[in-house]
Design a protein around this ligand. Structure first.
Ligand code: NDP
Length: 434
């Protein structure tokens, strides 16, 4: 632990897993003998590289790129790329580590990885974004491929960036290899339904959880943080199921619309022209904008869906949610709750959907994109959405059953960690010591 003191996010993710897996190791001495825990916390490979590119003024800028290839026990490495100034090795390692279990939970044959850069896309021109993506891929291409490692998007990496990265990979390889990256636009090998998958999947998962207490989304008040890819489509599905979404945010602050968020306006501002969420109140004066995002959790709601970033809900924020009567919390983002916040939910019987399970819909549909690329097929939106829904139901069922089998009934956090781990653990043992 001491040697990782400079990697707090990574330690946080590992602690959660170790705690969850205690009952598994107690029952299966063969896992202990094979040092599975020691092996799985160590990435198979960490690649760190320089990315130099020219800005619009002709000045050369330097950023750092990362790819952490964590586990290939059940399939080629798979996981997103994040472009954000906060990116460092600890964050990429925590995300890559979690990705192993999440990918396993989807039931698809994909290993775990994550990558990215401390490059800040905000305020950059399209040409600068393109030059950065090309420079990034010029190095990354050495380590990836349709059978080796298949990146995708994450914070700061959307369809535009994926297009630039994909174009550069093909240029270097003098080939057309759609299977090398997912999250492509449907017109050149992407899957319909990928854009919606993480947000929709989170809501499908929470829907299953609500059924346990004979509730649905109908008539519930929902708060969603963020207004990016995951948030937008979590809001869309929650609204389709009859919920009233009253707040969302970006890194500057949050909007509260007691009459219900008008999603078309959010999409027009954020997806359409990369604007700021505070512009919403110019169109809808019945809404208010508050500077800073932390206080979004002071808004009373039945269901909270944190969909922005890690550690956005502290213990105090969780206590406020509980005091205001929250019934369920579903993690659309990766690790949005601190461990202390999660304990608050458990001690107050709040239903809790952990990220690894609840937001696995995105990578699940990425795997469906890989399948379509391999078969040279193109499924309809309805076909993909139906498969996604089925996958989310399975993840819920498997997490619940694993929790029960190992003596932690109703604890989906432990259940998801165990269910994700078992498949990888058995694959590691079957493939010998590597
Ligand atoms: P986007 O970049 O599309 O959106 C992120 C949103 O969160 C934006 O509204 C952004 O605001 C806000 N945000 C980012 N950083 C912060 C911060 N430090 N404080 C407050 N708000 C912040 O990313 P995604 O929607 O793709 O990802 C969101 C989360 O979901 C991440 O944790 C990601 O790892 C996770 N995830 C994403 C998947 C996907 O398919 N996209 C799959 C599984 C998990 P602003 O516009 O101001 O930057």
């Amino acid at each position: 632990q001491e040697s990782h003191a400079h990697e707090p996010e990574f330690l946080q993710a590992v602690k959660e897993i170790i705690y969850s897996l205690t009952p598994v190791f107690a029952q299966r001495p063969e896992y202990m003998k094979a040092s599975l825990l020691e092996r799985i916390v160590e990435p198979e490979r960490v690649v760190k590289f320089r990315v130099s590119w020219e800005d619009d003024t002709g000045k050369v800028q330097v950023n750092r790129g990362y790819r952490v290839q964590y586990s290939s026990a059940i399939g080629p490495y798979k996981g997103g790329l994040r472009f954000h100034p906060s990116v460092n090795e600890s964050i990429i390692k925590f995300l890559g580590f979690e990705q192993i279990f999440k990918n396993s939970l989807t039931g698809q044959p994909i290993g775990g990885a994550k990558g990215g850069s401390d490059f800040d896309p905000k305020g950059k021109s399209d040409s600068e974004i393109m030059r950065f993506c090309q420079a990034f891929m010029t190095e990354l291409h050495k380590y990836i491929g349709p059978h080796e490692d298949v990146p995708a998007g994450d914070i700061g990496v959307g369809a535009r960036e994926i297009g630039f990265l994909f174009g550069q990979y093909n240029r270097i390889k003098a080939a057309y290899l759609p299977g090398v990256i997912t999250g492509k636009l449907p017109r050149f090998g992407g899957s319909l339904g990928r854009k919606e998958a993480t947000g929709y999947g989170t809501v499908y998962f929470v829907q299953e959880m609500l059924q346990e207490i004979n509730e649905t989304f109908e008539g519930q008040t929902v708060v969603v943080s963020g207004s990016g890819n995951v948030s937008t489509y979590a809001m869309e599905k929650a609204q389709q199921l009859g919920a009233k979404v009253v707040a969302c945010s970006d890194s500057n602050g949050y909007i509260y619309d007691p009459t219900g968020i008008k999603l078309d306006t959010v999409k027009e501002i954020k997806e359409g022209r990369g604007g700021r969420i505070k512009e919403y109140v110019d169109v809808h004066p019945e809404a208010t904008f508050t500077e800073g995002c932390e206080n979004i959790w002071t808004i009373p709601c039945d269901i909270a869906l944190p969909c922005a970033t890690q550690n956005e809900i502290s213990e105090d924020a969780a206590k406020l949610l509980v005091a205001n009567g929250v019934k369920a919390v579903g993690e659309g983002a990766n690790m949005p709750n601190t461990l202390e916040a999660i304990n608050v939910y458990f001690s107050n019987n709040v239903l809790f959907a952990p990220a690894k399970a609840a937001n696995a819909g995105g990578v699940a549909v990425s795997a469906l994109e890989m399948a379509q690329n391999s078969m040279r097929l193109f499924w309809t939106f309805e076909e993909v959405d139906e498969k996604l829904h089925e996958i989310m139901k399975n993840i819920y069922r498997n997490s619940r059953e694993a929790a029960k089998e190992f003596g932690h009934e109703n604890n989906l956090l432990i259940g998801a960690n165990i269910a994700g781990f078992l498949k990888v653990a058995d694959a590691m043992i079957a493939q010998g010591v590597i």
